[in-house]
Design a protein around this ligand. Sequence first.
Ligand code: MF3
Ligand code: CO
Length: 273
Amino acid sequence: MMITKTNEQVEMMRQSALLVSGTLAEIARMLKPGLTTIVMDNRIGEIIRDHHAIPSFLDYHGYPFNSCISVNDVVVHGFPNKNELKDGDIVTVDIGVILNGWHGDHAYTFAIGEPADEIKQLIRVTKESLYKGIEKAVAGNRVGDISFAIQEHTEKKHGYGVVRELVGHGLGKNLHEDPQVPNYGKRGQGPKIKEGLVLAIEPMINLGKKEVFTEEDGWTVRTKDGKVSVHFEHDVCVRKAKADILSDYSIIEKEEELNPNLFVSTGAIASYI
Ligand code: MF3
Ligand code: CO
């Protein structure tokens, strides 16, 4: 069942989404070679609790950390650990919060230092594909319109692997609500989306092949070919003419630009806003 939100509820969800954005911006400020992902995760938990919110991933189906931090060939659900980040690492930080009963859930991929050109391209294209999906998140469209837009841009145009096993989702009082939002699909297919529906749209795109596997820990998802994967996620509210993006990348991007240790992935997408 798809649960649409009232305008007041959407504003509450914007606060949740913005707490995630603000936390990601703080992480963008910290990122540097030598930093460990467990230190990042601890800081994430601290920021969320300082804002009287709860890290929603912790204990979700037994997930044991505040956040998911997925490095290089880890696609999603990476466990924070004591390994030091190094130059050239691709780091996806995925954060969920519950603030006043409403979920925020979004993600951003950073690159430490100077990534290879093909990785820069993958990061830019994945981010662009998220905005291309969001452009289709308007009332009366179908989920397949969003899915198709993402797949077209990443798989058909650039030959990247679109992960099939993991999908975007509705968001609200629960972390995962209907509908599922795959990053592959056909135009005009799937459920019709209505005004007030809040979606977490989240392309997970592999540089190489689409196949992934889950490690023994039951969570860590990696690419089968060992090539890197990128993941961007926004929380958006479906509206009549144009989707309302509740999360805010601009504060993260500002920190990315100010941090000399990070590759800046802005530029290609400026046209949407
Ligand atoms: N952004 C992911 C999702 O929407 C993160 C969930 S991680 C979990 O599914 F630990 F909460 F499962
Ligand atoms: Co999500």
